[in-house]
Design a protein around this ligand. Structure first.
Ligand SMILES: [Zn+2]
Length: 206
């Protein structure tokens, strides 16, 4: 309903899989996992907004995979009924978090390393995943094509999100493909050139 991008990564050799932000529609996510014969061994939540975490417990039950989330989003996770109220939705089943995903942590998927970067600002526990061997960045709701994540919800901080993007995301190679939590993919190079939130004047005014 909220058009959150869930992404699934798999290693072609080992068939190990990783699910990111299973907000809802777990049946179609499981269908993709089955079609590619993946064994999901981690579920990563980029941040505890309902559209990113809502289906995580269901996917966890179906796959047996542990759930990773940054502990700074625990308070937000505990407000799931409030979040559901904002959207007029039913409160989803609570997700038991198994692992605190901290800045600098690495997950391994086959031969690929997945680096956890703490990129707070949209929420205090927002993380991005950098997969150097694939040249891909899973950005959650931190960076979008032509925009950045909103910071007006509880735990949001406008200066902090810009600092996270400038310090952690923009130094990545220009050709890095950015997979945001909503909308179309982009690249780091394109966002440096055209994203109106990332030029100096907006930064100074923030
Ligand atoms: Zn969000």
């Amino acid at each position: 309903m909220l058009h959150c991008n869930c992404s699934i990564y798999g290693d072609e050799e080992t068939r190990e899989g990783l699910g990111v932000d299973p907000g809802d529609e777990i049946e179609s996510i499981l269908e993709i996992i089955e079609r590619h014969e993946l064994k999901v061994n981690a579920i990563v939540i980029t941040h505890a907004h309902i559209d990113h975490i809502g289906g995580a417990q269901k996917l966890k039950r179906a796959t047996g995979a542990p759930v990773y989330m940054n502990a700074n989003d625990q308070a937000l996770q505990q407000m799931m009924d409030v979040q559901a109220g904002w959207l007029g939705m039913r409160t989803p089943e609570a997700t038991a978090i198994d692992v605190d995903a901290k800045d600098g942590d690495k997950l391994v998927l086959g031969t690929a390393e997945i680096h956890v970067m703490h990129t707070p600002g949209h929420t205090q526990g927002s993380i991005s995943l950098w997969i150097p061997s694939e040249g891909k960045l899973v950005a959650g709701d931190t960076l979008f094509r032509g925009s950045i994540g909103r910071t007006d919800l509880p735990g949001g901080d406008g200066r902090q999100i810009l600092r996270s993007i400038h310090d952690k995301l923009l130094p990545l190679p220009d050709e890095t493909v950015v997979i945001p939590g909503h909308g179309q993919n982009t690249t780091i190079g394109l966002e440096k050139r055209v994203n109106p939130f990332l030029n100096g004047s907006v930064l100074r005014g923030a």
